[in-house]
Design a protein around this ligand. Sequence first.
Ligand code: HEM
Length: 180
Amino acid sequence: MIAARTRFAPLQRLLHWLMAACILAMLFIGVGMVSTIAPKYLTLVSIHKPLGATILVLALVRLGARLRYGAPPLPADLPEPLKLGAHLSHYALYALMIAMPLIGWGMLSAADYPVVLYGGLHLPPILPHSASLHALLWSAHFYLAFLFFALILLHLAAALYHALVRRDGVFQSMASASLD
Ligand code: HEM
C-alpha cells in the first residue's frame, strides 16, 4: 500500500507563501488607496494593478498545481465540522484569489480606464463601458476585500490552532522547507 502524502508539493508550498505575501501586501495597499487622496495614491495604484495581475496568474498556476498534485489528507481524528470548515474556506480562498483581480480588471474596463502593467504593457478591456456596471463592480471589489481579510484571519487562527494546540502536522504540511 502507498502511504498517504504528508506535505503539499514543493511548488504548492512555494506558491502558498509567495502568494500570502503578495495578497497581504495587496490588501494593505488597497486600504491605503481608499483612505488617501494624497499624491501617494497614484503610487499605490501603480503597484496595485500589476500586483493584482501577478496574483491572478499565480492563482491560476496554483489551481493547476492543486488539480495536478491534490492535497495531503487532514488528520483522521479532526472533527467533521472542522474538516468541512477547512474545505469550504479553502474553496472560498481560491475563488477570491481568482475573482478579486478579475473584478478589478472588469471594473476598470467598465470605467473605460487603462489597465497598465509593468513596462507600459496594456491589458485589453474585458467588459463594455458602463457606469452602472462600474459602480456595481466597485462595490463588489470593496466588500469582497473585507471578506477576504476576514477569511485570511480565520485561516491564520486555524493554522496556529493546528501548529500550537493540536500539533497534528497540518501546519508542517504547508510550512516544511523540504524539497520532496
Ligand atoms: C494571504 C494569505 C493566505 C492565503 C490566501 C492562503 C490560502 C491558502 C489556501 C487556499 C490553502 C489550501 C491549499 C490547498 O488545498 O490547495 C491554504 C492552506 C494552508 N495555509 Fe494558507 N493562506 C494564507 C496565509 C497563511 C498563513 C499566514 C499561514 C500560517 C501562519 C497559513 C497556513 C496554511 C496551512 C498550515 C495550510 C494547510 C492547511 C490544510 O491542509 O488544511 N496560510 N492556504
